[in-house]
Design a binder for this molecule. Structure first.
Ligand code: HEC
Length: 268
């Protein structure tokens, strides 16, 4: 809600743009996971728990994005703003419309031209003050951005806990890929991406916060302890058979349910 236009909360929290991907291989899924990880970005963005996906929902746009000091009208952002990065801030307030990444833009999507990787690298490091991404992270992010396409018909979809569970699957696919690449930072970021999704679920399941928090802590310990892929896969297996099932069963009582969400927003 922190970066959402007042009055558009229900619209944003109940609907999302659709995106049809040209392929869902491991690289694309890994990129989609990292795209949703606030810790890919550094500084203020990460602190506010903002990720690439907050502005580019499912890789598209966000007409309701509104953040004080960053946006002028809803759906606009100034990414060369000192709010995000003291280094890159250009001293001017010049927000522009957040582009839909399914549409051809000013950065070539051509893999051979290779313009996307350095563009994304600069976004992360210079505009958002994030840490230097590894080649495996950049490769995955670029593969995802190249795959983003419009669906036909191009309609809004509902939201559900399945979105977050699917994103946790993506995070696991990403962790496996990063383990294979021997990319420790990539493994940690993939785990952070999964933990962020658990946090998003917790916002909608006030009754399950404790269990979600402990699942998230267990994940963190696996990453911090550098416990290897089999331990992570055991966690995921247990999660899928336990908490994930329970969350699916309880969805009607959660804030993914339209009526529950409306009531909760009315109480705000
Ligand atoms: C605060 C909102 C915001 C966040 C967060 C954000 N973007 Fe953007 N993005 C924008 C805006 C605004 C532009 C247009 C900038 C311009 O035209 O100068 C843009 C442009 C782009 C483009 C170029 C599109 C074209 O025209 O070809 C790509 C690719 C992109 N973003 C990817 C990303 C990735 C990857 C991340 C995360 C690392 C990210 N964005 C995070 C707002 C955001």
């Amino acid at each position: 809600l922190r970066w959402t236009e007042p009055g558009a909360e229900y619209a944003l929290l109940s609907k999302q743009p659709s995106a049809c991907l040209a392929g869902e291989g491991a690289h694309v899924r890994s990129g989609r996971a990292l795209f949703g990880a606030p810790t890919l970005l550094g500084g203020q963005a990460a602190k506010a728990r903002l990720s690439c996906a907050s502005c580019h929902i499912n890789g598209r746009g966000n007409p309701h994005f509104l953040l004080f000091g960053v946006s002028a009208a809803p759906g606009t952002a100034d990414v060369t703003n000192s709010f995000f990065s003291a280094a890159r801030g250009n001293g001017r307030f010049d927000p522009v419309a957040i582009p839909d990444l399914a549409m051809p833009g000013k950065v070539s999507r051509d893999a051979k031209a290779g313009a996307l990787e350095p563009f994304i690298r600069n976004l992360i490091v210079e505009e958002f003050g994030g840490e230097e991404p590894t080649p495996a992270m950049l490769g995955a992010l670029a593969a995802y951005v190249r795959a983003i396409g419009q669906c036909s018909p191009d309609t809004l979809m509902g939201r559900g806990v399945g979105d977050q569970l699917h994103a946790i699957d993506d995070g696991m696919t990403s962790a496996v890929l990063m383990f294979e690449r021997g990319d420790h930072a990539g493994v940690l970021l993939s785990i952070a991406a999964m933990r962020h999704q658990l946090g998003l679920i917790a916002e909608r399941y006030p009754g399950n916060r404790r269990e979600l928090l402990s699942a998230s802590r267990a994940l963190q310990a696996l990453g911090d302890g550098n416990r290897g892929l089999p331990a992570l896969q055991r966690w995921k297996h247990g999660f899928d058979r336990g908490l994930a099932q329970k969350l699916r069963r309880g969805e009607g009582r959660s804030l993914y349910d339209a009526a529950q969400l409306r009531n909760a927003l009315a109480r705000e």
